[in-house]
Ligand binder design. Structure first.
Ligand SMILES: Nc1ncnc2c1ncn2[C@@H]1O[C@H](COP(=O)(O)OP(=O)(O)OP(=O)(O)O)[C@@H](O)[C@H]1O
Ligand SMILES: [Mg+2]
Length: 410
């Protein structure tokens, strides 16, 4: 049985499903997936918890399944956060180094200086992601510690989220007897699982197409440059099929997963699918192209919104590695081809990689966030080898952040 401190658990609380991924780090630092639990998610809308009871129940069932498979007891999880309340800002800070040489303390101070910006009272900082450091006007520095210089600047990407949404996630986990080790922006987690370092260096857009939201993350020069959330996802496609095919939401979702295509030209006109009717009427045959005709304009519209966001961010033309699609909706037939047309960039499907054990089981884009959460957690622990003091510090850091969210009452 794995030792508890080698366990890393990712809990993706999605709009469509809850996925609990359990992994164990082997002595070389490689992550082996040892358990997975999934359960349909009830209680979220557009990435945000709207019903605590139903969410707690779904989480409990997913976690129990994962515990059973892995043969462990799960106590602490890395969980994701998403929704249109999320905001991303680029900010920068400046400090003078104390001894003419940059120390770790100077770096901490300059990151702190960058967080001094006005954010709305109902929002809290979730992440401060360093992009680069500038020492005495020399820019593009990734590891400043030990370098000589008197003026140290940091450029960072700050992600904020609604306090109440974060609190509700923590509340749901706590009710299931789980501690939240950290809360990670979902597209940041997914990017850990599906992007390569080379792509992040030369410029890449990650698009996590989920059930309730489509999440964007832009990387360039190895760091995150822009984040955004579009509150449209697979649920909207399902709704369009409900209306267009006159069938129930459950059947429409099944049909979409089995036969869905978002490019009319790749579907043969001869292909027929059987559409179950409502109210006891007999199923009807229908050309598969009709489904594609319903889905194509909607997915195209979604891609156009993403394109407008990329243009607004100013990064559209700098993405040499193009675009990576992940999340459940990226499995639609023709999604990659349609994206290539709309964005005029190379596009590929992103599946979780760089894990062992039950890697096959989590190789679907649906598990990008779940697997990414454990990779994020692993990197975070690896960067700071956890002695007792370290682990106490991590705890107090997370605790401090949670306490900030809860005000003084926690
Ligand atoms: N094979 C498939 N083909 C097309 N669509 C699919 C397929 N499998 C799943 N989907 C759709 O993907 C969506 C779920 O994706 P995913 O599991 O990534 O979402 P989520 O993480 O639960 O939601 P969110 O990230 O928005 O909170 C649903 O709309 C589902 O119908
Ligand atoms: Mg998701």
């Amino acid at each position: 049985m794995p030792k508890h401190d080698q366990l890393l658990v990712g809990l993706d609380i999605g709009t469509s499903k809850i996925a609990c991924v359990v992994s164990e780090a082997d002595p070389d630092g490689k992550l082996d997936i040892i358990g997975i639990g999934t359960h349909p998610s009830r209680g979220l809308r557009k990435g945000v918890v709207v019903n605590i009871e139903s969410t707690v129940e779904s989480i409990r069932l997913a976690v129990e399944e994962a515990e059973l498979m892995a043969g462990v007891e799960i106590k602490s999880v890395f969980t994701g956060i998403a929704g249109s309340h999320i905001r991303g800002y680029n900010s920068h800070g400046v400090v003078a180094t104390k001894n003419g040489e940059v120390t770790a303390e100077d770096v901490a101070r300059v990151i702190d200086a960058a967080r001094a910006m006005n954010i709305p009272a109902d929002q809290k900082i979730l992440h401060i992601l360093p992009q680069e450091y500038i020492i005495d006007n020399q820019d593009g520095i990734r590891e400043p510690v030990g370098m000589s210089g008197v003026r140290l600047e940091s450029k960072v990407h700050i992600v904020t989220g609604a306090v109440s949404s974060a609190q509700n996630i923590v509340k749901c986990c706590n009710r299931c007897g789980l501690d939240v080790a950290d809360m990670v922006l979902e597209q940041v987690a997914s990017s850990e699982a599906v992007l390569s370092q080379d792509e992040k260096d030369i410029g890449v857009v990650l698009l996590d197409m989920g059930g309730g939201t489509t999440d964007i993350a832009v990387f360039l020069d190895g760091a995150i440059r822009h984040t955004a959330v579009i509150p449209i996802g697979g649920d909207h496609l399902t709704n369009d099929l409900v209306v267009g095919l006159r069938t129930s939401a459950r059947e429409a979702d099944q049909l979409k997963k089995k036969y869905g295509a978002c490019l009319v030209s790749i579907v043969s006109p001869d292909e027929q699918v059987e559409v179950p009717s409502v109210g006891g009427r007999a199923p009807r045959p229908m050309p598969r192209q009709v489904m594609a005709q319903i889905l194509e304009p909607r997915v195209e519209e979604l891609f156009e919104l993403v394109k407008a966001e990329l243009k607004r961010s100013g990064f559209k033309e700098l993405m040499a590695a193009g675009l990576v699609l992940t999340g459940g909706c990226s499995l639609l037939d023709g999604a990659v081809e349609l994206a290539e047309e709309v964005f005029d960039m190379p596009v590929r499907l992103g599946r979780p990689h760089n894990v062992g054990g039950l890697a096959e089981v989590v190789s679907s884009p649906i598990f990008a966030t779940g697997v990414g959460l454990i990779q994020y957690g692993h990197r975070y622990r690896q960067n700071r080898p956890m002695g007792k003091a370290e682990s106490t510090r991590l705890f107090s850091r997370v605790w401090q952040r949670m306490r900030n969210w809860f005000g003084d009452s926690a």
